[in-house]
Design a protein around this ligand. Structure first.
Ligand code: NAP
Length: 605
């Protein structure tokens, strides 16, 4: 009987699995150099060019606004929308892309779709009166929804597109941020909201010879339809007769591989670590269901989804899809008589069982058993972004598709003609890098600007020994600035949920300051220490989990997690974090913030 048959026939052997996970992890951490990456801005800047929009010439802007928002993705749009609702008069959005959408502006690769249910992922559905067409909508529909939000709240007039902030410097005399851009703008802003996103800077692996490739190459977040032909929905006719390699098998590649296999003469899928790929089960939106929804339905559904990743098992699972299977499994074990005190152990068991199912599913779908074995993920479900797809695994049954498994080592070398794995050269016409985004680097450098707070202090200097914030949103010596991120803040796998919470909170503070004549707001030293200590104090379990995981961007590529305790999200869970912010607003005292008033109301208008 094969190993896989035994897995089906016998209950899951947890000890054996733990050992296998450890072995697979250690196969992937022999040396950090092989997991390094290049700074594309210096080495491959042309690969970062915007392939979708030609920047329109315009005069530089030289003026002052109340709020400048860096980033026109969901976070920036929601921040601007909430500020508009709160009556903030002068708002400006600065966006590097040629339109709103953020990650959905840049990521137009074939097959791109949201992997969290549209009904909870799309922000502001009830406010904008829109219902997504599918349960998991394609990228174009999500991009169009970003545009809908911008139109609905009148945000287009506030935006400078194709504009990259190059520096932000605090002027302590005038209590404003001086903002410079790559378009020659010199603006002043009383408040700045940074919504640049965690995955905004594409990365290329530092594979020896990467510059030598004589064929065509691009990163998935700058899809070159001029080369491939077609579109996200139409066949890529330019790939007919082409040998294509896609490097990486993360969430992006899982979606891009099926259309590439359909259109290329031959596709090599180059894998270092397989993703977990469960069934998707997409479907068009049921109009009867949509018509049956009562006002307030989206907020309830969003909260229900987020609750499934917390200990709030009393909150019914409205979405009930692949993301929430572990919560359901724990509920099942409780119903079978296990005590709540064993919740942690039950979660771990549920995870082992789920991953065993995911591996079994591969065997039932993939015909070639060597390929099936290589596609099996050996780690806990949330060590990497879980993936869902109904065509990815099936693609490996095609005769024009080859899985090139690098045995955890990655590509050895790129040559003029192709790539080398296991000493063998594979000749290709095109290499597509599905190698992800910089996550671990310093916030400001990732966002691409020089950021200096009080006395010229850089953010890198301030956070040299790790993050220090109040609520994840404020950091002392960077007054009137708000950081929209998951670090020291709330985290939901449904990113827009937390963006919505944070933008509401920030709009509340900014509008209070503007109406009350407050020129400067800054986290107090005590509040920042206390919050950071809270985050560190709650981080041990999460760090231990990440240390056990196969390397990837979640755990600094398997490298040091020394500073990671300070970058963790709030450990009490997202719902508790939301409650903290709500209670703080209700209390009304702006505790933890130092508010500096101006003498007359005129000074703020
Ligand atoms: P990613 O998850 O970071 O994956 C990068 C891939 O490149 C990994 O498979 C990595 O292997 C591989 N890789 C890196 N260097 C390599 C080398 N030298 N040789 C071979 N392989 C190499 O990036 P991503 O797939 O773009 O996804 C990033 C994030 O974007 C996701 O986690 C998710 O949050 C988001 N996303 C969301 C959606 C959605 O549907 N909503 C879709 C796509 C992406 P290792 O695993 O071994 O490191």
């Amino acid at each position: 009987m094969s190993e896989s048959m035994q897995e089906r026939a016998q209950p899951v052997d947890f000890d054996a699995l733990r050992e296998r996970y450890r072995t697979e992890r250690s196969r992937r951490t022999p040396d950090q150099a092989s997991r390094g990456y290049l700074d594309m801005q210096t080495d491959f800047a042309e690969m970062l060019d915007d392939p979708y929009t030609q920047a329109t010439p315009r005069e530089p802007v030289d003026d002052e606004v109340d709020v400048l928002i860096v980033g026109g993705g969901f976070g920036g749009l929601m921040s601007a929308a909430r500020m508009r609702e709160a009556g903030v008069p002068r708002i400006r959005i600065v966006e590097a892309g040629g339109d709103v959408g953020g990650t959905w502006y840049w990521n137009r690769y074939p097959g791109a779709a949201c992997d969290v249910e549209s009904y909870v992922y799309f922000p502001l559905l009830e406010e904008t009166g829109y219902m997504p067409t599918e349960r998991y909508s394609k990228a174009a529909e999500i991009r169009e929804h970003s545009q809908r939000i911008a139109r609905h709240f009148g945000l287009y007039d506030l935006a400078l597109f194709s504009t990259q902030v190059t520096s932000l410097a605090w002027d302590a005399e005038a209590n404003v941020w001086n903002v410079a851009t790559n378009r020659g703008d010199r603006m002043r802003a009383r408040f700045v909201v940074l919504t640049t996103g965690p995955l905004n800077k594409p990365k290329l692996p530092a594979i020896p010879g990467i510059a030598d490739f004589a064929g065509h190459a691009f990163h998935t977040s700058r899809w070159d339809y001029a080369y491939t032909g077609g579109s996200a929905t139409e066949p890529m006719t330019g790939l007919a007769g082409k040998r294509v390699a896609i490097i990486g098998t993360g969430a992006t590649a899982i979606q891009a591989v099926p259309p590439l296999a359909r259109d290329a003469q031959h596709l090599y899928v180059v894998q270092r670590t397989p993703s977990s790929v469960d069934a998707r089960g997409n479907a068009p939106t049921d109009p009867d269901w949509a018509a049956s929804l009562k006002p307030g339905w989206q907020k309830r559904r969003i909260e229900s989804f987020t609750a499934q990743f917390t200990d709030r098992l009393d909150i019914p699972n409205e979405v009930d899809d692949g993301w929430t299977v572990l919560a359901n499994a724990v509920r099942g074990k409780l119903a079978a008589g296990r005590p709540l005190s064993e919740a942690g152990a039950m979660l771990q068991e549920a995870d082992f069982e789920k991953m065993a199912q995911i591996r079994q599913r591969i065997e039932t779908i993939v015909d070639d058993q060597t390929t099936a074995e290589a596609l099996k993920p050996w780690f806990s479900l949330f060590c990497k972004r879980p993936c869902f797809h109904d065509e990815y695994l099936q693609t490996f049954n095609r005769s024009n598709v080859t899985l090139v498994d690098t045995q955890g080592k990655g590509v050895e070398r790129i040559t003029a003609n192709g790539f080398v794995v296991g000493g063998k050269e594979y000749e290709v016409d095109c290499i597509i890098y599905a190698t992800g985004f910089e996550v671990a680097s310093d916030f400001a450098s990732r966002a691409g600007f020089d950021l200096r707070g009080v006395g010229g202090l850089t953010l890198a200097e301030k956070w040299r020994d790790g993050l220090a914030t109040f609520h994840g949103l404020h950091t002392r010596q960077f007054p009137n600035m708000f950081f929209i991120s998951q670090a020291q803040s709330g985290m939901s796998v449904n990113f827009p949920h937390m963006l919505s919470v944070q933008s509401e909170h920030v709009a509340h503070i900014v509008s209070h300051c503007l109406t009350q004549g407050i020129k400067k707001v800054e986290a107090s030293e005590e509040a920042e220490h206390a919050w950071t200590d809270t985050i560190i104090g709650q981080s041990a379990d999460r760090i231990a989990f990440l240390e056990s995981c196969t390397p990837g961007y979640y755990n600094n590529e398997g490298g040091s997690l020394e500073l990671a305790a300070r970058s963790m999200p709030y450990g009490g869970g997202p719902l508790a974090f939301i409650q903290i912010l709500e209670d703080w607003r209700w209390a009304g005292g702006f505790n933890g913030l130092e508010l500096d008033r101006v003498s007359t109301a005129q000074e703020i208008t």
